[in-house]
Design a protein around this ligand. Structure first.
Ligand code: MG
Length: 514
């Protein structure tokens, strides 16, 4: 009776069954409605960010609130909870244990949050997202201020309700990166802060330091750029039968199912690397989702395990492939075909442009070296806001002070400062640190990969992207959320997260360029 959900044939036509325990099968059968609601919610979320008419927002917010509440009701049904509790006593395989772990985690969180709160949170963030967009367009923080205040208040409440850790912010970090604490993150940032400051100073003192590369101001034809983005995705063999590339104000990936993974990019008028990097970044996210073992589809372990591990995949492709010298050299003729102004440049110069390191205002445009300072700033502000130590109205000012402290530059507009990122408007507090965590992990993963299948330079030179994809799929992607992020990292890398590899990577690059 469960054949449709549990018996899947592989490429060779062999039957594969991952979930054998009958109690778990029964739980997954009950889960179908929750899964279907989640499926619809993800599609609604994607739509709201891409094609929904502006005025659809009120009703969309209402519908999202109702669905969020319904999911909570279904997860917390006594019968369902009892089945989970009983199944824990049985002998389970790794996949089955993973399924129970995820349900346990979600139930614990949902149980702690009153249904009215869940609905209010969903409604507030849907509206805030729309208002943030307007505030950013009009370059006026005041239009977003009261929404941010509400979001912080709601997050403080949320962290108190969850109450797993005494430090409120820890409860939020754990939502995006299971098991991650302020203690872990402080330690990780400590290990890179001073070394990166020193490297940045070295770069700034170099005679070849460039505050701005001429190509940053070069306008391009968006239609041609879109073609180029598709060409690059083609090189990576991104399966357009299972995915799409659209446009949004902030690039993102939405996994509706592992057979429907949508990415977006953007086309700012100038600086084509921004568009290309965003596309490659989101491709990395999408690949993770597409390469989860098909046997896990429609179970709660289908899908990437955490934001940090997810970012390790997107940043791996964005930085370690997309900004690699061989990648630029190998594709230079293709770039020129779509971007004729590159005829004036040598490939070495374009590589230099892809990796120009200097303090800048916008996180998503930041180079590999200065990127972490943008994250540290947000991390520190979030910690302070969660302690109620910041007056929200002062945020633009405090933002600018921090920018000065870390990067020595100050934005002149809110859009280029405190309003630049979408995350807070979506209610996501505790998300940003996973970007640094992921970036650091990406270098660690590259190091491991190179030991097993050879140097990334050679692989790119020979366009062996399939080998890279298969290695990532086999070592990381296929498990979905079967293991906790910390377990998975240990399993893949044989050690915990370690910034050593990232620092080596950045030192090497700086030495080559400056
Ligand atoms: Mg990302």
């Amino acid at each position: 009776m469960f054949s449709k959900y549990f018996i899947i044939t592989n490429k060779k036509g062999e039957i594969m069954i991952k979930i054998q325990n009958t109690s778990i099968r029964s739980i997954i059968k009950d889960y179908r409605l929750i899964w279907a609601i989640g499926h619809a919610q993800k599609l609604m979320g994607w739509d709201a960010e891409t094609y929904m008419p502006k005025k659809g927002i009120e009703d969309r917010g209402e519908a999202e609130g109702i669905l969020a509440k319904e999911t909570q009701r279904l997860l917390l049904k006594d019968e369902f909870k009892k089945k989970i509790k009983e199944a824990k006593k049985e002998e389970l395989n790794e996949t089955e244990k993973g399924i129970i772990r995820i349900f346990d985690r979600e139930i614990t969180i949902m149980e702690s949050l009153p249904p009215e709160f869940v609905e209010e949170f969903a409604k507030t963030t849907t509206k805030a997202r729309m208002n943030w967009r307007e505030a950013k367009e009009k370059n006026d923080f005041k239009l977003f201020q009261e929404h941010l205040q509400k979001i912080i208040d709601l997050n403080i409440k949320k962290a108190e309700y969850i109450g797993k850790h005494t430090l409120l912010y820890d409860n939020l970090l754990d939502l995006y990166e299971e098991g991650l604490t302020v203690k872990d993150m402080d330690k990780l940032f400590e290990s890179i802060k001073e070394p990166l400051k020193k490297i940045l100073q070295k770069v700034k003192d170099s005679p070849t330091f460039l505050e701005k590369h001429p190509l940053e101001d070069q306008e391009y034809d968006a239609r041609k750029m879109d073609e180029l983005n598709h060409k690059v995705l083609e090189k990576f063999k991104f399966d357009l039968g299972k995915g799409r590339l659209d446009i949004s104000s902030h690039p993102f990936t939405e996994e509706i199912s592992m057979n429907d993974v949508r990415i977006t990019t953007w086309y700012p008028k100038t600086d084509f690397c921004r568009s290309l990097s965003a596309t490659i970044h989101e491709f990395g996210h999408a690949l993770y989702e597409m390469q989860v073992s098909p046997e896990l589809e429609r179970t709660p372990v289908a899908g990437g395990v955490s934001m940090g591990v997810h970012e390790s995949q997107s940043r791996f492709w964005e930085n370690l492939i997309g900004r690699n010298e061989e990648f630029v050299f190998r594709n230079f003729e293709m770039f020129k075909k779509h971007l004729p102004f590159l005829d004036k440049y040598e490939k070495e110069e374009v590589y230099r442009y892809f990796n120009n390191m200097r303090p800048s205002l916008i996180r998503v445009e930041a180079d590999e070296l200065t990127y972490h300072f943008h994250i540290m700033l947000r991390y520190e502000l979030e910690k302070q806001m969660m302690k109620g130590k910041i007056e929200i109205k002062d945020m633009p000012l405090i933002w600018n002070e921090k920018m000065k402290e870390y990067l020595g530059i100050v934005p002149t507009t809110d859009s280029e400062g405190v309003l630049q990122d979408i995350h807070w408007s979506m209610g996501s507090i505790g998300y940003f640190p996973t970007y640094s965590l992921g970036t650091i992990l990406a270098s660690q993963i590259q190091n491991k990969m190179e030991k097993e299948i050879g140097g990334v330079n050679e692989l790119i030179k020979e366009e062996k992207y399939t080998e890279i994809k298969e290695w990532l799929g086999e070592r990381i992607h296929k498990y979905g959320s079967t293991y906790t992020p910390k377990e998975l990292i240990k399993k893949v890398l044989g050690e915990d997260v370690n910034a050593k590899y990232f620092l080596e990577h950045i030192e090497k690059k700086v030495k080559e360029i400056y």
